[in-house]
Ligand binder design. Structure first.
Ligand SMILES: Nc1ncnc2c1ncn2[C@@H]1O[C@H](COP(=O)(O)OP(=O)(O)OP(=O)(O)O)[C@@H](O)[C@H]1O
Ligand SMILES: [Mg+2]
Length: 478
């Protein structure tokens, strides 16, 4: 049912009458006064009153309609962001008001968009920061957290106390101190779960004339120093270990020199014996220094893979020959199994020879007397996406207990230190192997069974980056 037009226009009509009455109030008052003092008869007074009201209503009408239309347009502009120009009728001032309102609205909108844009940019920068970042309010609650912080503390809700994210008392104490007025504080702490990580937490006060910036009173950033700390510890351990390794032969040397200068000065037999020991200890020290230098050289160019191409079978044959004498001295032999047609590997021949020497030397030293050492070459798929050749050295020794396997390639790590030293080992052989293999982008695998023996396998990538998939169409189908 369509509404009655009379009903629809009734509010406008009422406002027109009201406005007309207001505008005509002075004239109406005069008429009333004249009526009261009986200067005018009631009937002419009523006619005059109606005439004044009607004439004023006719004049006021377009203004009332204009104001209504202006108000509707302003409401729509506010609600929808845009509106067609209102019908302001004959009144110039209403049109000017509309122009001003629209200009102010546009300026306000442009300002809002600029602020939003800046907020979005700041949000993106915050999210992209690799270090976890938490923004705290004056009550130590987390107001905002960037993506890295959300990853680190997945169960810490925004709005919760900082203690939900970081329980460490030193960090909470530092945050309290900064919120109480200190400018900045840095504390180190260790996060135990899910993996042990060491962090430096830096808490900074955000100073602003109003006390806080958007409800944020302090900024807490975390810097992961796990790798730096580990490197520091490793460096300290390394210096301590290297000094320790040098100290023993050095003090032996000094001791014998003193004996030879003193009590054994004229004892020819003792002198020959001592000199032989001194020669061996000197040799040991020079081997240690050589190994250390070799290790540091390999480490230096670990990031540049070798560019040479090596025929592993030929290289293994030559290396085995140089080691045969040593094997025979322990009553053992070295068997080499190398299939024909193996591809060349991308390698530095001197470094691969060093790997082979170290592994064969270990197999001879730690293998049972009289048992053979087996050196074998074979195709390998152990390097993801790249063809490789596997070089393995197997012995029949007492094997290595499982708990030692992971640490075997650490510098100076030995399963039985006394035995290794007695055999003249520096404890650096496998560390050198590990770094050479890393430089070659290869892989080292150690398998061992206590009582039966060990197999050390090195996988080296085939030269030219040929992949198993590109050469073998069956594999590609899979
Ligand atoms: N084939 C093996 N069988 C049993 N244990 C081994 C074998 N190879 C290495 N190990 C153990 O690993 C330790 C570390 O080996 P690595 O080659 O680094 O040092 P090393 O042989 O003692 O000294 P270097 O190689 O400098 O002469 C050895 O001391 C030994 O305990
Ligand atoms: Mg060794």
């Amino acid at each position: 049912m369509t509404p009655d037009p009379m009903q629809q226009n009734w509010p406008t009509l009422r406002r027109v009458v009201l406005h007309a009455a207001t505008v005509a109030a002075p004239a109406l008052t005069v008429l009333l006064v004249l009526l009261v003092v009986e200067a005018i008869a009631p009937l002419p007074a009523a006619v005059a009153l109606a005439a004044v009201l009607a004439a004023t209503a006719v004049v006021v009408w377009p203004y009332v309609l204009g104001v209504d239309s202006l108000r509707t347009a302003i409401d729509r502009l506010d609600r929808e962001g845009d509106a067609p120009s209102p019908d302001t009728g004959p009144t110039e001032s209403l049109r000017r008001i509309w122009d001003s309102v629209r200009r102010m609205h546009q300026e306000k909108e442009a300002g809002r968009r600029a602020v939003e844009e800046r907020l979005r940019a700041e949000e993106a920068i915050l999210a992209a920061l690799p270090d976890p970042l938490l923004l705290l309010d004056a009550g130590r609650r987390v107001v905002r957290a960037n993506a890295a912080a959300a990853d680190l503390f997945p169960n810490a809700p925004v709005g919760g106390d900082l203690a939900v994210s970081i329980r460490h008392p030193a960090v909470l104490g530092a945050a309290d101190a900064v919120l109480a007025g200190e400018a900045t504080r840095s504390v180190e702490f260790v996060q135990a779960a899910p993996v042990v990580r060491e962090f430096v937490a830096r808490i900074m006060r955000l100073d602003h004339p109003s006390g806080t910036v958007d409800g944020v009173s302090a900024l807490l950033s975390l810097h992961d120093v796990t790798a730096i700390k580990r490197a520091e510890r490793m460096r300290a351990d390394f210096v301590a270990n290297a000094s320790h390794e040098l100290r023993t032969p050095l003090s032996t040397l000094v001791g014998f020199v003193e004996t030879l200068q003193g009590p054994a000065r004229d004892d020819e037999e003792a002198r020959d014996r001592f000199l032989a020991i001194m020669h061996e200890q000197g040799h040991r020290m020079s081997r240690l220094v050589e190994d250390l230098l070799s290790l540091s050289r390999i480490e230096q160019d670990e990031h540049t893979p070798p560019s040479g191409q090596v025929d592993l079978a030929a290289l293994a044959r030559a290396t085995v020959e140089t080691m045969e004498l040593k094997a025979r001295s322990r009553g053992s032999s070295i068997d080499l199994i190398a299939p024909d047609g193996l591809p060349r590997v991308q390698a530095d021949p001197d470094q691969v020879a060093q790997v082979l020497q170290n592994l064969i030397d270990n197999a001879i030293k730690y293998g049972r007397r009289g048992t053979p050492v087996a050196v074998a070459l074979a195709h390998s798929r152990a390097l993801a996406g790249r063809d490789a050749v596997a070089l393995s050295v197997a012995d029949q020794g007492e094997g290595i207990p499982r708990e030692h396997l992971a640490r075997l390639t650490e510098r100076f790590y030995r399963v039985d230190p006394a035995r290794s030293r007695a055999m003249g080992g520096t404890g650096l052989g496998l560390a050198i192997v590990k770094h050479i293999v890393a430089r070659h982008r290869g892989r080292l695998e150690i398998e061992s069974e206590v009582g039966r023996g060990s197999v050390f396998t090195v996988h080296l990538p085939v030269a030219g980056g040929e992949t198993a998939l590109s050469r073998n169409s069956n594999a590609a189908v899979i």
